[in-house]
Design a binder for this molecule. Structure first.
Ligand code: AMP
Ligand code: MG
Length: 268
C-alpha cells in the first residue's frame, strides 16, 4: 500500500527537489550510506525493477530480460541528492528494506524519553528489544524456521538490541512451478539466489540491522562473512541449505531447536 501524499511518493512522482520531513531525510541519508557500505547490495533505487515483478500486486509476473535491463538503468543511490530538508532523485525509491528498522529506532527513543526500560516490539521480521526482561534476564527471541512456517529454527537470548531477519520465504509468488521472492540482487534485477535462505542481523542500531539483513541475503555466505570481518557494529546468523553460520559475538547466545541443522561459528 502506498500513500500518494507521502514524502517517498512525492520524491518518486515529482521532478526536482522535494521538501521532506526530518525523519525522511535521515532515513534516506542512512539508506544511501548503507548502500555505499555494502558495495551496492543494499539499494533503495531498485523500485523500477521491483515494480516490474509486482511482488505487492494482485498479479505478479516474471518480466522479460529487456524490461529488467531497462529498469536497472534507472538505478543509482549516488544520484540521490539530499540538501537541508530537500531530496531530489530522477528515479524511484523504495525504503521497504530499512523503514521498519528506522521506525523501531524512533520507538526506542520514545521509550527512552518516557522511562520505559523493558519492552519488546515486533514489526514483521524486525524485533526491537528495549532493555532485558523485568526480572533481569535477557529476552528470548525466536529465529523463524525458513522451511517450516510458524516454527522456529532456534532462539537467541539478547537485550537492548535489534534482531532482524530477511528471508525469501516472507514474500514470493510462483509461476510455472518456479518461485520468485522479493529481495532483488541489484546486479541482475532477479530475486537474489545467493545460497542464503535467511539472514538475521543483531545490532544496537535498529536501522542498520534492518538494511544489513537485506544486504547480507543478497551477498551470500562468503561475501557476507568477509563483510562482517571488515565491518563493526553487528553480528549475524546466516541460514543456508545445510548449516547455520553464526558470528562469535552471539554464538553462545544461540540455542538450536532443529537438530537437523549444523551450527558453525564464524570468528574475526
Ligand atoms: P526486508 O524484508 O527488510 O529484507 O526488505 C525487503 C524489501 O526491501 C523488499 O520487499 C523491497 O521493498 C526492498 N528490497 C528488495 N531488494 C532490495 C535490495 N537489494 N536493497 C534494498 N531494498 C531491497
Ligand atoms: Mg531489511
Amino acid at each position: 500500500v502506498t500513500d500518494e501524499s507521502s514524502d517517498i511518493s512525492r520524491i518518486n512522482s515529482e521532478t526536482g527537489a522535494v521538501s521532506v520531513s526530518a525523519d525522511t531525510e535521515k532515513l534516506i541519508s542512512r539508506a544511501k550510506n548503507i548502500s555505499a557500505l555494502t558495495g551496492g547490495a543494499f539499494d533503495i533505487t531498485l523500485r523500477p525493477v521491483s515494480k516490474l515483478w509486482g511482488f505487492t500486486d494482485k498479479a505478479p509476473r516474471v518480466p522479460s530480460d529487456d524490461e529488467i535491463r531497462a529498469a536497472l538503468e534507472k538505478r543509482g543511490t549516488a544520484r540521490i541528492e539530499i540538501t537541508d530538508g530537500k531530496v531530489s532523485f530522477d528515479g524511484e525509491i523504495d525504503v521497504g528494506g530499512i523503514a521498519k528498522g528506522y521506525a523501531a529506532s524512533l520507538i526506542r527513543s520514545i521509550f527512552a524519553e518516557n522511562g520505559i526500560d523493558h519492552a519488546v516490539v515486533s514489526l514483521g521480521g524486525n524485533v526491537m528489544l528495549c532493555g532485558g526482561r523485568p526480572d533481569g534476564a535477557p529476552w528470548n527471541v525466536g529465529i523463524a524456521h525458513p522451511e517450516k512456517e510458524g516454527d522456529i529454527i532456534g532462539f537467541l537470548t539478547a537485550s537492548d538490541a535489534a534482531v532482524v531477519t530477511s528471508g525469501g520465504y516472507e514474500r514470493f509468488f510462483t509461476q510455472n512451478g518456479e518461485s520468485y521472492h522479493h529481495i532483488i540482487d541489484p546486479d541482475t534485477g532477479y530475486p537474489a539466489q545467493s545460497g542464503i535462505i535467511s539472514a538475521t542481523v543483531i545490532s544496537k542500531d535498529d536501522a542498520l540491522a534492518d538494511a544489513l539483513s537485506t544486504a547480507l541475503y543478497v551477498m551470500g555466505p562468503e561475501k557476507a562473512e568477509r563483510f562482517w570481518r571488515e565491518t563493526d557494529g553487528f553480528d549475524m546468523i546466516l541460514i543456508t541449505e545445510k548449516e547455520i553460520l553464526i558470528t562469535d559475538g552471539i554464538f553462545e547466545s544461540f540455542n538450536l531447536q532443529d537438530k537437523n541443522f549444523k551450527v558453525t561459528k564464524i570468528g574475526k
